[in-house]
Design a protein around this ligand. Structure first.
Ligand code: KIV
Length: 280
């Protein structure tokens, strides 16, 4: 079944949890799609996971389009959402619409996501009016790391909690089809989820949201960096990969790889002839 912004909204109405994972390449997209992913997010977290930056600020539109189009080729049924990277929408509504359009036209995205609350309502409204579904992102918004002074839980004090609630209402009112809530207290996220008509997708926001998203490098333990508290490891793929790499290096050194079953044959008479010719 093809998942769309409409089916996600219907899942909220039905009380059926929404699943989302980050994805950055063709092969992983294919595996996730075949495993039943409902939505794939080409997150600007690719700056950390794929490009090794300390944060997402250096990620460009070209990076996002490059990875999104690879995911597009691997994803069939999952809804494909792509992040607008830092400074692709902050400066003007025009930038926001044109860059959202590039993610759709050049990256094959079916929806875009941007970080920020009421201050970006004009951008959200304009993107939605351009017929591009747009997802909000509130709480710990990594593009604001320098304003937050680090990667910290948001909405814990009175001012922060009220701001988060008002921002979410503004983002919904501007026309977003869903909101990602990152690193916010579970009870606050649950209250917000009960207030909003659009789905909330939590990451470090407890169990009361309409869906969950994780960075797949975290949940498969393949990211060399430090994983956040909320990122449960569902399979230690990192350890399996290291075992596989080490076994290949060992067998290559020993000469036990490649074995005959990994090699191609040639006619015995032809080999005789070659050996005689080259005296080997
Ligand atoms: O960039 C990203 O991967 C994200 C998720 C953490 C929601 O925005």
């Amino acid at each position: 079944m093809k998942h769309t912004v409409t089916t996600l909204k219907q899942q909220k109405i039905n009380g059926e949890k929404i699943t989302m994972l980050t994805c950055y390449d063709y092969s992983t997209a294919k595996l996730m799609d075949e495993s039943g992913a409902e939505s794939l997010l080409v997150g600007d977290s690719l700056g950390n996971t794929m490009l090794g930056y300390p944060d997402t600020l250096a990620v460009t539109m070209e990076d996002m389009i490059h990875h999104c189009s690879a995911v597009r080729r691997g994803a069939k049924d999952a809804l494909l959402i792509c992040d607008l990277p830092f400074m692709s929408y902050q400066a003007s509504v025009y930038d926001a619409v044109m860059n959202a359009g590039r993610l759709v036209k050049e990256g094959g995205a079916e929806a875009v996501k941007l970080e920020g609350g009421a201050e970006y309502a004009p951008q959200i409204r304009a993107i939605a009016n351009a017929q591009i579904p747009v997802c909000g992102h509130l709480g710990l918004t990594p593009q604001s790391v320098n304003v937050f002074g680090g990667f910290k839980v948001q909405g814990k004090d009175e001012t922060g909690a009220f701001k988060l609630m008002e921002d979410a209402l503004a983002v919904q009112e501007a026309g977003a089809f869903a909101i990602v809530l990152e690193c916010v207290p579970a009870e606050l996220a649950a209250l917000l989820t009960s207030l909003l008509a659009i789905p909330t997708i939590g990451i470090g926001a407890g169990n009361g949201t309409d869906g969950q998203v994780l960075v797949y490098h975290d949940m498969l333990a393949i990211y060399g960096g430090k994983s956040p508290k909320f990122a449960k490891i569902f399979a230690d793929v990192g350890a399996v990969m290291k075992e596989g790499f080490a076994a290949y290096f060992r067998e290559t050194k020993e000469g036990s790889f490649p074995a005959p079953e990994h090699s191609y044959c040639i006619d015995a008479e032809l080999m005789e002839k070659l050996r005689a010719h080259y005296k080997r």
